[in-house]
Design a binder for this molecule. Structure first.
Ligand code: COA
Length: 137
């Protein structure tokens, strides 16, 4: 699950994405104030091996990058994942995607793996620590 570009979604695509909310997948979108019909950023998160792992993918329209949207959307998804009891959240990006790597580093993600031209970064969430403690007790 990786975004490689921006495309204007159709109504059907938006409906299909939003109808999955609350199941195994969540999607958040951002619109300019006063223009909710325009979507300028989207983040999706899918539960893998539910509910222990989740993977996110994000895209911000070129004209809206570097204004804090990516950071805010990743933070929102992390909050959702914590509520959902997810233990580890991961993102996969190109090795040269310095901006995404910077945002993930800033939000506490660490490099887990690199393969060919991709990098996987992950952040452990509080549920994982609670589980570790209860296993040690
Ligand atoms: C990666 C992406 C989601 C980031 O979203 P964004 O809204 O631009 O991110 P933000 O504005 O919140 O933060 C950008 C940060 O990167 C920094 N940055 C910008 N260019 C950079 C670069 N070349 N190298 C390192 N850091 C960079 C900015 O200074 C800012 O850091 P700061 O908040 O500490 O000042 C967006 O650029 C994007 O959609 N890229 C294309 C799709 C993609 O690569 N998705 C990732 C696959 S999961």
């Amino acid at each position: 699950m990786r975004y490689v570009g921006y495309h204007k979604p159709t109504r059907e695509e938006i409906r299909a994405i939003l109808e999955k909310e609350g199941t195994q997948e969540i999607c958040l979108v951002a619109s300019p104030a006063g223009n909710e019909r325009e979507i300028v950023a989207q983040i999706r998160c899918i539960l893998l091996n539910p509910p222990t792992d989740a993977e996110l993918a994000i895209v911000v329209h070129d004209d809206w990058q570097n204004q804090g949207l990516g950071t805010a959307l990743v933070q929102a998804i992390v909050r959702w994942a914590i509520q959902a009891g997810v233990e580890r959240i991961v993102g996969v990006m190109g090795l040269s995607n310095d901006r995404m790597i910077h945002v993930f580093n800033k939000l506490g993600f660490a490099t887990r793996d690199s393969e060919y031209d991709t990098l996987k970064m992950a952040r452990l969430l509080p549920s994982a620590r609670t589980k570790q403690k209860s296993q040690q007790a």
